[in-house]
Design a protein around this ligand. Structure first.
Ligand code: HEC
Ligand code: HEC
Ligand code: HEC
Ligand code: HEC
Ligand code: HEC
Ligand code: HEC
Ligand code: HEC
Ligand code: HEC
Ligand code: HEC
Length: 421
């Protein structure tokens, strides 16, 4: 019996790799000659920056990989077997070598390359960010296997976004992925693998959430008035990561393109990010940076990258309207204004309620409405509310409560007129 079982296991172990490699091409004799040197342990090259770069290619993994169908020199077009070691190539740094590989991959993988070119990651690389990922930051050119499953264990994003990964593992989706009850929902399920956008932009993860959770808007409409508006101005994690700190971010967006207004490289910015914006600076920003073609898009969001990813089961999500719609609610005490930095990433300038009040007092709150004619509506009222309550004016609470309620009623009536349901 046991011998039979062992024989069966041995047979299986022998067959599996055969099945796995049946479709794969033989490694050619020319490639075997390259591997004769390049599979030797300890082979390295000294780079211009004095680093030692390993020159070892794992011959067995290469033989099993999708790219074994290619000759080494299909990708390494600059290697001439005849003169390879006589005319040694000079390489500045490992990073430089990786940057050059993008063109190699592009030859055969046009679709993925075009998507990557369109991403915030490629923008970062273009701006000279040394950590911006290129193809070989996430893929190994010598060992790729077609359709090889990406799992929690090997998701490439975690090498750079390790603290986000740790937070994500404990979330509903991280749990579901590790339970194996569903197919894994990894980072690329919400952010894409190649066409990765700035998360807080309209092309961020929200659309992926809604596409997966069919009928989710209707489910919220059952208890949340104007759920579509909430979906637009409240980031999903602001309710679904219930203990996370929240803030209001006023995105300065181009009224035509609807993308964040870009700060130009070389032009001095009006403040150091993270420090408080004063009224004059804000006024100047609105007038000068935008040339009058910008609007402010208010948005409630979670303020730390890690806590965004601690999404909980629905029973813990925030349903209490007072969390946001009450005087001095915490969410409205932290306010930032954001633009796109020269590298495409959002730069957030801290503002505070005093700023908003002094902006108002010098008459430039008109700027909020005049610049592109935006209407932030309730959000503004709530911001002002937070400011007034901050200095503890007795009665203001009550008075502004009435204003807000009236605003809500008026708005409800207006929306009811606009689209009968
Ligand atoms: C006789 C051993 C040997 C053979 C055969 C050989 N290489 Fe190399 N290769 C090396 C060594 C040693 C280096 C490091 C050179 C240095 O230090 O500058 C190297 C470097 C490289 C590099 C790094 C970039 C560069 O040009 O320095 C690549 C890529 C490479 N080899 C590919 C190949 C390919 C493809 C083949 C087959 C066509 C091949 N090698 C055949 C020994 C060999
Ligand atoms: C599908 C394209 C492709 C094929 C096929 C390929 N390589 Fe590479 N190889 C690359 C790229 C891209 C890099 C640069 C990786 C990086 O550092 O970002 C690389 C890097 C190397 C290096 C430098 C060390 C390293 O791993 O970074 C050596 C040596 C090398 N290749 C040898 C070979 C040999 C020998 C073969 C054939 C057995 C081969 N390559 C086949 C694309 C390829
Ligand atoms: C000479 C053409 C060629 C080059 C250059 C090339 N590949 Fe490939 N690659 C292929 C082929 C053919 C396959 C087989 C699967 C397919 O049909 O897409 C493949 C498969 C893959 C896969 C697995 C696809 C899957 O369906 O799971 C990945 C990932 C991949 N390549 C990444 C790269 C990267 C990264 C580079 C650059 C370092 C690169 N390739 C360069 C031809 C190429
Ligand atoms: C930030 C990480 C990352 C970068 C950078 C990246 N990829 Fe990918 N790639 C992935 C992941 C993850 C997958 C697995 C599929 C998925 O999750 O959608 C993948 C899948 C692929 C596939 C298989 C086809 C598919 O859609 O399943 C190919 C081919 C590929 N990548 C090529 C490239 C090329 C070429 C580049 C550079 C232009 C590149 N990748 C850059 C992460 C990356
Ligand atoms: C080689 C390193 C590296 C890898 C791998 C990587 N990233 Fe990034 N990514 C960065 C850097 C650097 C930034 C700029 C922001 C920062 O420093 O965190 C960034 C930015 C982002 C942003 C935009 C942040 C914002 O403010 O909106 C998203 C979204 C993102 N990455 C998702 C991913 C996903 C998804 C993967 C895996 C498919 C991944 N990253 C893999 C380096 C990497
Ligand atoms: C369930 C969907 C989902 C998954 C899975 C997910 N994210 Fe996110 N991610 C989001 C949302 C939503 C935001 C915030 C968007 C917003 O501001 O509205 C975000 C924001 C980000 C940001 C920008 C953070 C900042 O500073 O503003 C980065 C970087 C990021 N995610 C990387 C990752 C990485 C890496 C993984 C995998 C470990 C991952 N995400 C998994 C939904 C997801
Ligand atoms: C104002 C707070 C709030 C916002 C904003 C919000 N949710 Fe929810 N969501 C909830 C609450 C509360 C529940 C639980 C309702 C229940 O148990 O019936 C819920 C339930 C869900 C469920 C489970 C639905 C079911 O019953 O199967 C999903 C999925 C979901 N939300 C996704 C999202 C997505 C995606 C977004 C962003 C586009 C979002 N939510 C925005 C508060 C919110
Ligand atoms: C690729 C599909 C997919 C995407 C994209 C996705 N989810 Fe999910 N979501 C799931 C699956 C699968 C589960 C697990 C259901 C389970 O455990 O029964 C889940 C669970 C949830 C739950 C818990 C529901 C409950 O019954 O308690 C919430 C809340 C939720 N998701 C919100 C979101 C939000 C918010 C986003 C975007 C930021 C998002 N999801 C993106 C597939 C997805
Ligand atoms: C996580 C914070 C949050 C929660 C919880 C929340 N809201 Fe809101 N709500 C907002 C924000 C932000 C706006 C932005 C309004 C704007 O731009 O005019 C808003 C807008 C509204 C509006 C105005 C809609 C319009 O058409 O202008 C109504 C009505 C409203 N909420 C009712 C509710 C009710 C009722 C609940 C509880 C069932 C609730 N909200 C829960 C944040 C929240």
């Amino acid at each position: 019996m046991t011998r039979l079982a062992i024989a069966a296991v041995v047979a299986l172990v022998c067959i599996l790799p055969v099945l796995g490699t049946a479709a794969q091409a033989q490694v050619s004799d020319a490639d075997k000659r390259c591997l004769g040197c390049h599979s030797r342990r300890g082979l390295f090259k000294r780079l211009e920056n004095s680093d030692h770069m390993t020159m070892v290619v794992p011959a067995d993994l290469f033989a099993k990989s999708e790219h074994a169908a290619n000759a080494c020199t299909d990708c390494h077009t600059d290697v001439n077997p005849g003169t390879h070691l006589q005319t040694r190539k000079s390489i500045k740094s490992a990073r430089d070598y990786s940057l050059a590989s993008v063109v190699v991959c592009q030859k055969c993988h046009e679709k993925e390359s075009a998507a990557w070119q369109n991403s915030i990651h490629a923008t970062l690389v273009g701006a000279g960010n040394a950590r911006g990922p290129v193809c070989t930051s996430c893929h190994d050119a010598h060992t790729e296997i077609k359709g090889a499953p990406v799992s929690l264990a090997n998701v490439p994003c975690k090498s750079c976004h390790d603290t986000i990964f740790a937070a994500y593992v404990g979330s509903v989706h991280g749990q579901a992925s590790s339970d194996g009850k569903t197919g894994p929902l990894l980072c690329s399920g919400c952010h894409n693998a190649h066409d990765v956008s700035v998360a807080s932009s309209p092309t961020g993860p929200k659309n992926a959430c809604i596409a997966c959770h069919q009928g989710v808007l209707q489910k919220h409409q059952a208890w949340l008035p104007n759920a579509a508006l909430h979906f637009d101005v409240v980031s999903c994690p602001a309710c679904h990561a219930p203990t996370a700190p929240r803030r209001v971010d006023l995105q300065l967006v181009d009224s035509g393109a609807q993308t964040r207004v870009q700060e130009k490289a070389g032009v001095p910015t009006f403040q150091t990010p993270g420090t408080s914006v004063d009224a004059i600076a804000l006024y100047n920003l609105l007038r000068q940076t935008t040339n009058g073609h910008a609007v402010l898009r208010g948005r409630l969001e979670v303020s730390t990258a890690e806590q965004i990813h601690q999404l909980t089961p629905k029973s813990q999500a925030i349903s209490d309207c007072n969390t946001c719609h009450s005087a001095g609610s915490d969410a409205f005490k932290s306010v930032t204004i954001s633009v796109a930095g020269p590298d495409g990433l959002p730069v957030r300038y801290v503002t505070d309620k005093d700023v908003l009040r002094s902006v108002m007092s010098i008459g430039s709150i008109g700027g909020f409405y005049a610049v592109g004619g935006t209407r932030i509506g309730l959000l503004d009222i709530l911001l002002i509310l937070a400011g007034v309550v901050g200095i503890g004016v007795p009665g203001a609470h009550l008075m502004l409560g009435v204003v807000v309620r009236r605003h809500l009623r008026a708005h409800d009536a207006a929306s009811a007129r606009r689209r009968p349901e």
